[in-house]
Write a protein that binds this ligand. Sequence first.
Ligand code: ATP
Ligand code: MN
Length: 476
Amino acid sequence: MEASSIKHLLNGPEELINKTVFFRGWVRSVRKSKAFSFIVVNDGSSQGNMQIIADSSMEGYEQASTMLTGACVEVEGLLVSSEGKGQKVEIQAQKINIVCGVDEEYPLQKKATSMEFLREIAHLRSRTQTFGAVWRIRHHMAMATHKFFDERGFFHIHTPIITALDCEGAGEMFRVSTFDFNDIPKGENGETDFTQDYFGSDTTLTVSGQLQAESMAIGLGKVYTFGPTFRSENSHTTRHLAEFWMVEPEVAFYDLDDVANLAVDYVKYLISYVFEKCEDELNFLNFRPRIKGGKLGDAPNGKENHLDTLKGVLEAPVTKITYTEAIDILKNSGENFDFKPEWGIDVQTEHERYLAETHFNGPVIVTDYPKDIKAFYMKQNSDGKTVRAMDLLVPGIGEIIGGSQREDDLEKLNKVILEKGMNDEDLWWYKELRKWGSCPHSGFGLGFERAVQYITGMGNIRDVIPFPRTPKSAQF
Ligand code: ATP
Ligand code: MN
């Protein structure tokens, strides 16, 4: 008999009611009484579980009614309308086959566990209700991403993971090499001789696909890349990973306003798509049981109803302010920040959160940052001090998107590369984009995990990627 998904069965499809159905999954709980047992099974297809009633006359009842949480089972039974509240249908078991049981050492018991503990058993945590919900939402956000850009005429491109460029002009990259660490070839000056390495140059894992995306946008028009990104920054925060996924659209003929509007439309699209596809998951995450004193269940903004907050975002226009205005707001806030706001400083997380949470109480776009704190490729304003950059800040997290209009003036670009002390030899091809058939263009990067955090309300970025990579941690 062909297996059905629990998601499908829970809808109570007419043609299957009062018929024998077959499904597989993992036991969530068993409640035994003399005459019959209630067994709850989930197969990952949805947040909803299937309730099974096994009569004591059923063959193999003894084994089935003593299964422990986590056992893998195959179930054959009648799909019937349920009188109990909470579910439309249930199963009257005819046969339960235990594919693989569990013993008392199985660490996922029915009682609530902390997120920290679950991170230590990352290989098992996908079996929990919380992580099932997060992974399904993550999936739908990825699908929504492709739909959103495809519907708007963007082409999905793949940019390299190994690169010889340092896109941000900053360090914090993972080196890629086939050298024997105990015998690294040295040149005459005693420095590592990368010409003998696999690629014949010093290569790293990419921190962004932007530069290559720019090259493809000038030709394809509208493109986006969605790939893994690596930063070896030693950040022990709830919003930084060493390996994360980034969605980077790049658009020919877009200026900063166009790309800021694109960013807002995209984030709103993600939110509505998740509301459409994952209502059960959102509800579960919002109202899941909370551990006293622990962090489990706390939405990152500390608000009780995260879902209303998200819905509010869909209706309201997103505020846009300049960096200069943002600094004024911070200065006049009367807040005692760890890092004193002054024109010229990089906006810190505490500032970002003050703006998004306290001051605007919603997403806010900050534009036109000082050029000294931003990357070399951002278009300079005529004031000589600021660049056409934009960040989208959200409550609870801070920055989830960083973008800009790109410098398309070769002379200005050359000057900045010199000023920032960058190695401009490697950038020869990037500069040629400005030499022939150049055009104004803009793009941004959305940190996919930060967006998943924002929508799920999960407090720690380690809990929205299946196998997080962070300093001193790459076990699973
Ligand atoms: P932050 O200042 O928050 O560390 P950033 O300004 O260094 O971020 P960008 O270079 O602008 O980040 O990267 C674009 C997006 O990628 C950011 O808006 C953020 O959503 C995401 N991002 C950056 N660094 C990380 C990281 N270490 N882990 C997860 N996401 C990240
Ligand atoms: Mn940024």
